[in-house]
Design a protein around this ligand. Structure first.
Ligand code: RNT
Ligand code: ZN
Length: 419
């Protein structure tokens, strides 16, 4: 242990914060790393399928993963640069097809299509989360899927969603774990709606059908959005719809908050304490919106610090939060993107753990506002970076200055050789 770490340890100990205990706690909290940063959300099931249906990736940095083998290799490389426990977040579009398991469409997916992922995850000690893929597919009809007025369209996607819940359940059984199965349903209209109710009624009826059977290993979540690309006029699944739906269903039905899916100025960290009073799980998609839901790589900014603070401050939220990342930048090295964004999340949690939480609560509740303000200021310049470095060292991953050299080495040796 370095002298400098001893210095930081003492500095925090003076305020009742045990940095060794903090490091241990943080190393046990899993973060779900999304598979889709590695290949620009293309997936394996459609030919050279740029993301469409409400989302878009921009850039063409060389080295995109094109196969299961490449994507898992890149994921493992990135994981070796990130401290802490990891899960992998999979989309249904990443079914593994080959000669023995020829292509079939999304409404026909079965567990075996994902078996290679499960075996790989077991080998690496990763948990798995799952997502039905209701975008980047020819059956997205006029921007609509399960809420479409067209029955054939609705039925196709209902079959897909049911297949996905069964797959998620089976993954949970195989891993003896809870799997987050998150629905992001892109349905919306390009221009102003004239029948909002009808589409929302379709969505409700479809969800009732999709959720008509029990899946004890699955946390069923729904992800709201303000608007999507090409569907700027109206989104069927807004926050009120999904919060109401999940609350009525009860049990493990919850809403997922994506940091990029709200009005500018609306604050996701602020929402967590409200949801936490009513729901057993609080899933998140952590991303960095720029002007809109642009899904830039997360950086250690004020929103992220506040997120870390809330996850620590809200009673039970450390356990209840299911943190997943959701950024995809095709304009920069993708392994570097994963490493940076995931490390940011770890930093945010460490930031939260290194705040004098109890004291700050006490100060607010006894109206000592001046002191509260000053303590908050003081903690901005505590030796946070030293504890972060020590956490990385104990996890056997590089400190910040040494991440890029490792990424560059992999780029030179592996990524740049991909035609
Ligand atoms: C889109 C949603 C959704 C996707 C992923 C790929 O706006 O955030 O979560 O980004 O499912
Ligand atoms: Zn998301």
């Amino acid at each position: 242990m370095s002298d400098i770490y001893e210095y930081a340890k003492e500095a925090y100990a003076a305020y009742g914060i045990d940095t060794d205990a903090v490091i241990d706690k943080l190393s046990q909290k899993p973060i779900s790393m999304h598979c889709w940063q590695g290949d620009d959300v293309m997936g394996f099931d459609q030919k050279d399928n740029a993301a469409s249906g409400g989302i878009m990736t921009t850039g063409n940095y060389p080295g995109r993963a094109r196969t299961f083998e490449e994507l898992t290799a890149d994921f493992e490389k990135a994981a070796s640069l990130i401290p802490g426990k990891k899960r992998i977040n999979l989309h249904a579009s990443y079914a593994v097809f080959n000669e023995a398991n020829p292509w079939h469409d999304r409404d026909q997916l079965v567990y075996d299509d994902f078996k290679p992922w499960v075996e790989w995850a077991k080998k690496n000690g990763y948990g798995i989360d799952f997502n039905p893929t209701l975008f980047s597919h020819p059956m997205v009809n006029h921007g609509l899927t399960v809420s479409s007025p067209d029955k054939a369209t609705r039925d196709f996607w209902i079959r897909h969603c049911i297949a996905c819940r069964k797959i998620a359940e089976r993954i949970g059984e195989e891993l003896d774990d809870m799997v987050l199965n998150n629905f992001w349903i892109p349905d919306g209209l390009k221009d102003v709606p004239t029948d909002r109710y009808g589409l929302r009624e379709n969505l409700k009826n479809s969800l009732d059908e999709i959720y008509s059977f029990e899946t004890p290993h699955v946390v069923d979540s729904m992800e709201q959005k303000l608007f999507g690309i090409g569907v700027e006029g109206f989104t069927v699944g807004n926050q009120e719809f999904y919060v109401s739906y999940a609350a009525k269903k009860g049990g493990n039905f919850v809403v997922l908050n994506d940091l990029g899916h709200f009005n500018v100025g609306e604050d996701v960290p602020d929402k967590l304490s409200s949801l936490s009073l009513f729901f057993p799980y609080i899933p998140l998609h952590v991303t960095r919106p720029m002007h809109w839901d642009s899904d830039h790589v997360t950086l250690f900014n004020d929103t992220m610090k506040e997120l870390g603070e809330e996850i620590v401050r809200v009673p039970g939220l450390w356990e209840k939060s299911m943190i997943g990342m959701d950024f995809f930048d095709a304009a920069i090295n993708r392994v570097g993107a994963w490493a940076t964004g995931m490390r940011t999340m770890e930093k945010a949690l460490l930031w939260g753990l290194l705040q004098p939480t109890e004291r700050l609560k006490e100060l607010q509740n006894t109206f000592q506002d001046s002191e509260k303000m000053m303590v908050l200021e003081q903690f901005k310049t505590m030796p946070f970076g030293i504890v972060w470095d020590e956490y990385c060292r104990r996890a056997g991953v590089p400190t910040d200055a040494n991440v890029w050299p490792k990424v560059k080495e992999y780029e030179d040796e592996v990524l740049s050789k991909r035609a």
